[in-house]
Ligand binder design. Structure first.
Ligand SMILES: Cc1cc2nc3c(=O)[nH]c(=O)nc-3n(C[C@H](O)[C@H](O)[C@H](O)COP(=O)(O)OP(=O)(O)OC[C@H]3O[C@@H](n4cnc5c(N)ncnc54)[C@H](O)[C@@H]3O)c2cc1C
Length: 422
């Protein structure tokens, strides 16, 4: 199975103004529009550059399944990286890193890893000139920036104290996949940077417990339906978190679920909704493992997943009623995705909200130079990726998916070009 990591460029043929409008709407207009338009105008070139670096050993393909679902309104600028030939072993976001690493070493560069940057240093003039780091063996080393130091240490999702202060909703996800502890943001703050205002934008997914959430009926721990299941991954995660004990939910379906999934190909779509690569029923069940439950009766299924049997039976009865009617008057799910829960055995697939990243960082100017609270660049200091503020706000706009990697690469190139000119 391919992972779902993708990359978003605004390539030719997409309506840039609509992209900008959607981004501003999703972010509550709290982002820096200069950065937004830089991303819009330069991200396609950034992706071309990356694919070019692979020297013909990789390609980028459009994630078309995401475009199918009108409810999500996905944008046709969400690409997936695939290897060509056997030079590269990975796909998606991992391939992005593999291509960069390969090119860097090919061009004579050297990667020092694992090395943890601890703090920045300034010279007497106040310019950031170096950082002190700890190497794997525990030795301390100093890295001097020939022209500048670039902060690129990712988000702060693994630092509970930062989340509590800057993005408390991020703490509500059932699982946390972030590994970064906001070191770049902390170093920027020490150097006198202005940081993004409250609250930092969480990127939620639904990978916890199981990789797919499907469009079938989803119930909370009370056995009740709680939302339109046919929506974006971030929205599903949010709706789930709003439930009592919202670390997980269950997708309920019956014996015909796999055939219904196949039939919905071309109708359903969006991240984590459909098995993208023609997986078999057995493969999907294996992926869910112990998070897939099966029983001959709804009461038996309710007992297995720990929800009240009468509530689950009432939910199924209501869902069957809505399917017969052909209209979801409760939550407005598209008629083509309505189905019944009537044929034993019955299934429950456990899923839940995952925190992937929390976006918020140092306020930068249009060259990715880190600004102080008076909007003056701190000499010698740049920030990119999740260390850079001003690009994401409120939420990760999943309809404009791939923007995490997309912005990290695009703004990384922009910073490099600005530094080259210093
Ligand atoms: C499960 C999951 C799925 C995702 N799917 C997508 C997707 O499909 N498309 C998309 O665009 N985005 C996706 N994202 C988001 C994407 O991964 C991030 O937006 C992106 O990686 C941010 O790039 P970055 O360079 O800022 O940080 P990172 O990629 O996190 O890189 C930061 C690096 O800095 C290192 N580091 C941290 N602290 C230090 C330190 N003190 N010293 C030295 N090094 C340090 C880290 O080890 C890491 O290697 C996903 C994230 C997750 C977790």
């Amino acid at each position: 199975m391919r992972s779902s990591l993708s990359y978003s460029p605004c390539s030719e043929g997409v309506d840039k103004k609509i992209f900008a409008k959607r981004w501003l709407r999703a972010s509550g207009s709290r982002v820096n529009e200069i950065l937004l338009w830089k991303f819009i105008d330069r991200s396609a070139a950034a992706l071309d550059w990356l694919v070019g670096l692979s020297e013909g050993h990789a390609t980028a393909v459009l994630c078309e399944n995401r475009l199918i679902n009108p409810e999500i309104g996905a944008f046709p600028g969400d690409y997936y990286l695939l290897p060509k030939g056997d030079k590269y072993a990975s796909q998606g976001g991992e391939l992005l890193c593999e291509i960069l690493e390969d090119a860097l070493t090919r061009l004579g560069g050297r990667i020092y890893a694992p090395v943890t940057a601890d703090y920045l240093e300034k010279d007497a003039s106040g310019r950031v000139v170096s950082f002190i780091a700890t190497a794997a063996g525990g030795e301390t080393c100093r890295f001097m920036g020939r022209k500048a130091v670039v902060l690129a240490a990712g988000d702060c999702g693994a630092d509970e104290e930062m989340l509590d202060l800057l993005s408390p909703v991020s703490l509500k996800a059932g699982k946390n996949l972030s590994l970064n502890t906001g070191d770049g943001q902390k170093m920027a703050y020490w150097a006198g940077a202005e940081l993004d205002g409250l609250y930092w934008a969480p990127n939620f997914g639904c990978e916890a417990y199981g990789p797919y959430a499907f469009f079938f009926t989803a119930v909370n721990k009370d056995g009740r339906r709680f939302s339109n299941e046919d929506t974006s991954e971030v929205a599903r995660a949010r709706h789930c978190m709003n439930q009592r004990g919202g670390d997980c939910a269950y997708t309920i379906c019956d014996d015909k679920w796999f055939e219904e999934l196949q039939a919905a190909r071309g109708v359903a779509g969006g991240p984590a909704i459909m098995p993208e690569q023609g997986l078999t029923k057995a493969e999907i069940e294996t992926m869910f493992g112990e998070n897939m439950y099966k029983a001959e009766t709804l009461a038996g299924l309710a007992m297995k997943i720990g929800v009240p049997a009468d509530e689950l039976e009432a939910t199924a009865a209501r869902v069957n009623e809505l399917a017969a009617k052909g209209e979801d008057v409760d939550y407005g799910k598209r008629p083509e995705l309505l189905t019944t829960i009537e044929k034993a055995p019955f299934y429950a697939f456990k899923w839940g909200p995952t925190l992937r990243c929390t976006y918020g960082g140092a306020v930068v100017d249009e060259d990715m130079k880190v600004n102080d609270p008076d909007d003056r660049p701190i000499p010698g200091l740049y920030a990119v990726g999740a260390n850079m503020g001003g690009f994401f706000a409120v939420t990760y706009p999943s309809a404009l998916a791939g923007s995490g990697f997309g912005s990290a690469l695009t703004f990384g190139i922009e910073a490099a070009e600005a530094i080259a000119k210093e």
